[in-house]
Ligand binder design. Structure first.
Ligand code: FES
Length: 189
């Protein structure tokens, strides 16, 4: 302990006799601020007084970019969902004469209505299951001659191959008429 106290006493004596160069009244805050400022990235807009002008411009640009991105998404969405006769408004829809042989009647079917729905609207007991073109429960055969797709537009049917379509088969739940024809319902390939 005595040795330690002696060393402190020597240090204090040296400090007061020669000085350590430390000046407690020196203001280093400006220096510290400048050092900190040098580590922060420059901003693109004037500040702080007219931030609403420069900053506003940047913000508007950011918003415009956002809108652009939304538009692109919208376009993609539209591309994914195919349009077709099912989108035609009722008051603009064209009608076609469809003869249902089993039911023994010819009715007018709108281009925005499926062959299945039109039959159901007549009160007929039409066969169906998925109503999405993914089974063959609702299938029928168009007997007017030729490919069924000469007479109906299919909304994404996935069950009938080209040969079956060529023989006139159709899935009535996703079949929208585009010409007059005769169909035998409840007939699968
Ligand atoms: S009901 Fe399943 S394909 Fe038409």
């Amino acid at each position: 302990m005595a040795g330690g106290a002696l060393l402190v006493a020597i240090a204090v004596a040296l400090h007061y006799s020669k000085g350590t160069g430390w000046n407690p009244t020196q203001d280093i805050s400006q220096e510290v601020l400048e050092q900190r400022a040098s580590t922060v990235a420059e901003t693109d807009f004037p500040e702080p007084m007219n931030r609403s002008i420069g900053g506003g411009g940047v913000a508007a640009g950011a918003v415009a970019g956002g809108e652009g991105a939304e538009l692109e998404e919208g376009e993609e969405g539209a591309a994914e969902e195919e349009s077709g006769p099912w989108d035609v408004p009722d008051d603009e829809a064209e009608f076609f004469e469809v003869e249902y042989t089993k039911e023994g009647a010819t009715i007018e079917v709108a281009e925005n209505e499926t062959v299945l729905e039109a039959g159901e609207d007549e009160g007929w007991d039409m066969p169906y299951a998925c109503r999405q073109g993914q089974c063959v429960s609702c299938s029928g055969q168009i007997t007017s001659g030729g490919n069924s797709e000469d007479y109906v537009v299919h909304d994404d049917q996935q069950m009938l191959d080209d040969g079956e379509l060529g023989e006139g088969y159709t899935l009535t739940c996703v079949a929208y008429p585009k010409a007059d024809f005769t169909i035998e319902t409840g007939k699968a390939p």
